[in-house]
Write a protein that binds this ligand. Structure first.
Ligand code: UD1
Ligand code: MG
Length: 451
């Protein structure tokens, strides 16, 4: 059965106290919207339609950045959730599978839960995702009759008896496309909010002799973000869950609470992550690698046996092959360090290719930027770059070549050659003592004149 996702993301999110549309606030390094899209992506949807309103241009850019095929439709006025879903109708013209409606501000719905909903579609025309709420608050309530769902009543419209129901509506709904849009056509706005409620489709379906049912999930999955404190709580929940999963899978962490993960961080079993490490998006660490304390990684691939840090920074485009060493206060960007290469101390390696087993001395800098353009540095296998070498790119240092400490290398160095590019040392016997005596005498004279 083919699936279409409709993700509601038109709301303003007033309580976020921000100009940024609510669904673009980040959780674990990705916009909330991307998390919702990710939940649905597990079903391999044929269509993904985002309903945008507030900040639609930014929402469109983020949606397409995450999933280039996503379609964005506009809801210019937020007249309610049914009205929002109706905006997706044209985009889904001719589609005849099941539609799953998700909210862009609800990041934790799991793949298993969505699969359970699809299973339930075999028994019911409309499937709604519910949850047993600890504090049902202002959620819509699910009115059931045995296994079937009779209707959903919004808090504002509910009677005392209905408000006592603890089975609540998550907002996630699944129905076949034609049925869904037919039902939505019949939704009115004669209710306490004057809105077109998507939840009304359940009662309308029942009136038409169709059946509806509820599938339940853990309340944690249905957590929606409406405010900064809720976003912070969701971030904490994400981090706790993801750390626990990684540890379960065999990643070693001494102080997991201090390790910050991104939505897409991949760490192989047996890899070790020391305290206070931050993973921004796009990082893969292979089994057996070690990320030492206080390192920051983004857009980087770290292979087996490599050791990074302490205090290292890996920026996007970093590729570290097996057994590479990147030590303290070393920054690497858009660079490939081949097997066994070492940059152990205080270096900047940017836009570079570093050959296998090459050794980069302390303080080495690839001078990759001339103020206008970026240039590449190439270092051959087993080359030895002396401490404090400035490699002024574009420049190439050959296989097994060597640069003298403190050199400013502006020309290519052939394989096996030694390049020294620094001023000649001059040594003047006895001159140090003589100089000190001169200076002392000068100081004494000044003191005498001042008194
Ligand atoms: C909705 C449900 C309620 C459920 C709750 C779960 C309805 C009528 N009510 O209520 O039963 O318990 O979610 O959180 O569906 N949106 C649009 N366009 C609109 C209106 C909303 O895109 O015109 C989007 C919002 O941005 C949000 C989502 O739909 O992502 C839900 O809207 P919201 O206003 O939060 O609905 P609730 O009142 O919370
Ligand atoms: Mg809400």
């Amino acid at each position: 059965m083919s699936i279409a996702l409709v993700i509601l993301a038109a709301g303003k999110g007033t309580r976020m106290q921000s100009d940024l549309p609510k669904v673009l606030h980040k959780l674990a390094g990705a916009p909330l919207l991307a998390h919702a899209m990710q939940s649905g992506a597990a079903l391999d949807p044929e269509h993904t339609v985002i309903v945008a309103g507030h900040g639609a241009d930014a929402v469109t850019a983020a949606a397409q950045d995450h999933h280039p095929e996503a379609r964005v439709v506009l809801q210019t006025e937020q007249l309610g959730t049914a009205h929002a879903v109706a905006q997706a109708r044209t985009a889904l013209e001719g589609f005849s599978g099941d539609v799953i409606v998700l909210y862009g501000d609800t990041p934790f719905i799991s793949e298993d839960t969505l699969l359970k909903m699809l299973d339930a579609r075999a028994r019911a025309d409309v499937v709604v995702l519910g949850f047993e709420a600890n504090d049902p608050g202002r959620y819509g309530r699910l009115v059931t009759d045995g296994a079937s769902l009779t209707r959903i009543v919004e808090f504002k419209d509910a009677s005392e008896a209905e408000r006592a129901i603890t089975l609540c509506n998550s907002g996630v709904v699944c129905a076949d496309a034609d049925t869904l849009f037919d039902l939505i056509d019949a939704v009115g706005n004669d209710n306490a909010s004057g809105e077109y409620y998507l939840t009304d489709i359940v009662a309308i379906a029942r009136e038409r002799g169709l059946n509806a049912t509820a599938v339940t999930c853990d309340e944690g999955e249905t957590l929606g973000i409406n405010s900064r404190p809720e976003l912070a709580a969701a971030e904490a929940a994400f981090q706790t869950r993801r750390r626990a999963e990684l540890i379960e899978d065999g990643v070693v962490m001494q102080a997991p609470d201090t390790v910050i993960l991104a939505f897409d961080t991949v760490i192989g079993n047996g890899a070790e992550v020391e305290p206070y490490v931050v993973f921004a998006p796009g990082v893969t660490v292979e089994s057996g690698a070690r990320i030492r304390a206080f390192s920051h990684l983004e857009g980087a691939h770290v292979s087996q046996g490599a050791i990074v840090g302490p205090y290292a920074r890996l920026r996007p485009g970093t590729e570290l092959d097996d057994n590479v060493r990147v030590g303290n206060f070393v920054e690497v960007k858009n660079a490939h360090l081949h097997e066994g290469a070492k940059a152990n101390h205080l270096s900047y390696i940017g836009d570079a290719e570093v050959g296998a087993a090459a050794n980069i001395g302390a303080g080495t800098i690839t001078c990759n930027y001339d103020g206008v353009m970026k240039h590449r540095t190439t270092i051959g296998a087993r080359a030895f770059i002396g401490s404090n070498t400035m490699l002024v790119a574009p420049v190439a240092v050959g296989t097994e070549a060597l640069t003298g400490s403190g050199s400013v290398i502006t020309q290519d160095v052939p394989d096996g050659a030694l390049a020294i590019a620094r001023a000649q040392q001059q040594t003047k016997p006895g001159l140090a003592r003589k100089l000190v005596e001169m200076l002392k005498a000068k100081k004494a004279k000044q003191k005498k004149e001042a008194s």
